[in-house]
Structure formats: C-alpha cells, structure tokens
Design a protein around this ligand. Structure first.
Ligand code: GDP
Ligand code: IMO
Ligand code: MG
Length: 421
C-alpha cells in the first residue's frame, strides 16, 4: 500500500505527526516538493523533533527516507537539521537519499526572496524567506543548479559564476552588496563533500522499491490552498503540494499510488498573507492560538486562526482525490461553548460553495457558518465511541459534508494521543 499524506488546508495541519504514525506501515518515506519552508513537528515521549527537509519518517530507525527531485534543498539548512537530529540521537547515515535532480537553494535566492517581499510592501506574500520562490524560478527558467552539479567542480563553478553575474546586476539595481561567486563556489564545494554520500538517482531507486513490492509513503509539505496552481494565488508557495506534485516530485507514476490521506485541523490556520474568510481576529482566535500553540515551526510567527472552512477542504478533497482524512487538534476545541464550521460563502448577496479564482472576489467572501454545541474533553480517549457525543456529531457532519471518511483522529501532539477508526 503506497500512501500520500498531504495538507488539506493552508499548511501546518499536523502532517508531521500523521506521517510519523503512518510510517510504521511504510518501507520508504519520500518528500516530493517544497523545501526548508516546511516545519513538521513530531512529539515522541518527551522529545520534540522539527523536520524541515528530511522526511518525518526518519524518526523510525529502520526506515529509508528520500528527498525527492521536486524538493529544493538548502545545503546549510540540511546540515543543520542533520546535526540537530544527531543531538537527539537520530542518525541518518545509510538511510537517507537526496535526489541528484533536486535543485539547490543558493545564498542569493534567500536575499532575492527578502527583496521581493520588501518591494511588495503591504502586498507582501509573507514568505518564510527561505529562498523557495526564487529557487523554483531558476528551476523553471532552466538556469537552476542541481544536486548532481555538486559532483563536478567545473560544472558547479561555471554555473555559479554565470548565475552570480546575473544576480549581481540586480544587486546593483537594488543597491545592495554584490555576491562573490568564488566564495559561494568554495562554500558549495564544502557542502558537496558533506552531501556526496547521500546523493542518488532516486527516480530509479523509488521505482525499484515499488516494483519489488515494498511500500512508499509520500510526505507532502505546505497545504492544498498554498498550491501554486490551485491555491489563493499569488498568496501561495511556489510548488505543488497537491497530488500531481507527488508524481513530478518523485518520478513515480500514478499507478504507484493507492491511497491519499488529507490532514485537516479541527479549525483553520494560515501563516502569511492572503484571504482567509473564516479568520477569527478577536478573542476566540487568540484563545485557539494559545491553546493550539499556533506559532510557526519554521519562523515562529503567530499563525492566523479561524473556524474550519469546509468549502476549502472540500476543494482540497476534489483536487487530490483524498479518500481518508486525518483530523488533528480536536482537543484544542475542547471546552469551547460552541464550535463553528464554514459551509459556504456569501458573495455579493449570493451564497456560493466554491473558491473563486479571482483573489479580489475571494477576499470579499463572507463565511456562512453552521454552529455546533461544544464538548468537554477529547484528550486521553482511545476509542471513537468514547468521544463526547457533541464531538462525534461534529466529526460525522464533516464526513457527510466532505463525502470522505475521517479515519484518524488526533487529540494531542503525541503518538499515543490518536484514535484510529
Ligand atoms: P505540519 O507542518 O503539518 O507537520 O504541522 P506543524 O508541525 O507545523 O504544526 C502542528 C503542531 O500541532 C505541532 O506543534 C504538533 O506537535 C501539534 N499537534 C499535532 N497534532 C496535534 C493534536 O492533535 N493536538 C494538539 N494539541 N497538537 C497537535
Ligand atoms: P508546512 O509543511 C504553513 C506559507 C508562507 C507564505 C507562503 C509562501 O510546515 O505545512 P514560501 O516561503 O513558501 O515562499 O512562502 O506559504 N508557507 C507555509 N505555511 N506551513 C508551511 O509548511 C508553509 N510553507 C510555506 O507562510 O504564506
Ligand atoms: Mg508546519
């Protein structure tokens, strides 16, 4: 059984925790898009691990993890993550592979990311400033530097010099300090030395894994509403977290995929800018932020919080063929008097049940809510039938609305705080 776990909202749905649980049944776990903009948290016993580039499956000591070709890799971030894992007694040696086709995030990508945001002023995206957008721009502009380029000094040097020459023209334009190509080359040669043992043709490797009847778990980063094609463009990330990204980002075909799991919080959050119709800007939003510890795992920014938006999730279900939902952070809504879900939007006096493509239209959409009576406590419960009746009503309403089963319910950050139905 090859599964895909992806975010059904705006990211930070709890994918790390769900991937950690589902990794148990997989042989190989592969990341297919995004980069170190992701922050996937896994809590095991009293330890907290935050993964950015390395698949969350790495915490299972007998699993192989792959950083697929669709991911953009910042070597500095990778090495820092490797060291942080080692400090927590997690060794990645001999069980991590990096695709030779993956693109490298370069120092100038991070600076260009910052400059672009500054230029946008109030209209800024609110990126993580990890250089993700500019790196994918180079990829699609066919001037990117790939992991395999690290293996040849001549090629690496040549590409860095060519790119830096172009970037420095922009630096002059923006009146910022120029980049030194030789210095970057020297730095990346050192990275090459540290990375070389991980570099593989993961496309052939992964296809071999599937052919030999072993199972693969695809780990999505970000979320469906941040997808560059289907999200709230331009307030999106620069990759495809939805199902298509899993194929282009690994080299596995659609035939290799048997099940798509969408991870969805019991409410909604968004980091960065862009429309968010069910956002709660007052006290309730603050209460959710505090109870849910909704602060970014990558940037530490407070996350915007709101009620669950079922129109958005239903769209994500449609886009990726989600068959199962993992509902997370149900416990955060414990003890609330009532709980709302957005079941439609009101746009210019009309009720609509879809997400308009034009941002200006979406920004004007007002949420239409259905209100549920709150419940007491969901934490420490291991059987679905033992959940408070009100919580079950909430869950079953969502299942009916989405037409998808909710097969995993998470009521706390730890592995054991999970109900499998
Ligand atoms: P990801 O990016 O989708 O992996 O999600 P993040 O790790 O950025 O954010 C999810 C946060 O919620 C992390 O701090 C998790 O430890 C935590 N978490 C996951 N599931 C639950 C849950 O069911 N209840 C609570 N209270 N916290 C959870
Ligand atoms: P995980 O995998 C939530 C958001 C940023 C910004 C937009 C573009 O942990 O769910 P980028 O740096 O990608 O160019 O920023 O996307 N964003 C995320 N939001 N979770 C993430 O990852 C995100 N990765 C990027 O906040 O709004
Ligand atoms: Mg996250």
């Amino acid at each position: 059984m090859n599964r895909l776990v992806l975010g059904a909202q705006w990211g930070d749905e709890g994918k790390g925790k769900i991937v950690d649980i589902l990794s148990e049944d997989a042989d190989v776990i592969v990341r297919y898009q995004g980069g170190s903009n992701a922050g996937h948290t896994v809590c095991i016993e009293d330890k907290k691990y935050i993964l950015h580039l390395i698949p969350s499956g790495i915490l299972h000591k007998d699993k192989i993890c792959v950083i697929g070709n669709g991911v953009v890799i910042d070597p500095a971030s990778f090495l820092e993550e490797k060291r942080a894992l080692e400090e927590l007694s997690v060794n990645i040696e001999n069980r991590l592979m990096i695709s030779e086709k993956a693109h490298l995030v370069m120092p100038y990508h991070k600076v260009l990311d910052e400059i672009k945001e500054l230029q946008l002023g109030d209209g800024k995206i609110g990126t993580t400033k990890k250089g993700i957008g500019p790196c994918y721009v180079d990829k699609y502009n066919r001037v990117g530097i790939r992991v395999c380029d690290l293996l040849s000094n001549d090629i690496l040097k040549d590409k860095i010099h060519t790119n830096v020459e172009q970037v420095n023209k922009l630096c002059d334009l923006y009146k910022i300090e120029r980049f030194d190509a030789d210095k970057i080359f020297k730095q990346y040669k050192e990275y090459a030395y540290e990375l070389k043992d991980y570099i593989r043709n993961t496309v052939y490797y992964l296809n071999g894994v599937v052919k030999n009847g072993k199972s693969v778990l695809f780990e999505g980063a970000q979320g469906s509403l941040l997808d560059v094609d289907f999200g709230t463009y331009p307030y999106v990330t620069s990759s495809s977290p939805t199902v298509g990204g899993a194929f282009t980002g690994t080299g596995l075909s659609y035939k290799a995929l048997n099940n798509v799991v969408g991870v969805m919080k019991a409410y909604a959050t968004r980091v960065g800018n862009g429309p968010f119709p069910s956002e709660l800007t007052g006290e309730t939003g603050e209460e959710i932020r505090q109870k849910g510890a909704e602060f970014g795992a990558t940037t530490g920014r407070p996350r915007r919080c709101g009620w669950l938006d079922l129109v958005a999730v239903k769209y994500a279900v449609m886009l990726s063929g989600i068959e199962d939902i993992a509902l997370t952070k149900l416990d955060v809504l414990d003890e609330m008097e009532d709980v709302k879900v957005c079941v439609g939007y009101e746009y210019e006096g009309r009720k609509i049940g879809y997400i308009p493509s034009q941002l200006e239209e979406f920004a004007k959409c007002q949420p239409v809510y259905k209100t549920f009576k709150g419940w007491n406590k969901t934490n420490d419960i291991s059987q679905y039938s033992d959940l408070p009746k009100e919580a079950r009503m909430y869950i079953e309403y969502i299942e009916n609305f989405l037409g998808v089963r909710i097969s995993i319910i998470s009521t706390g950050a730890k592995r054991e705080e999970t109900i499998i139905r």
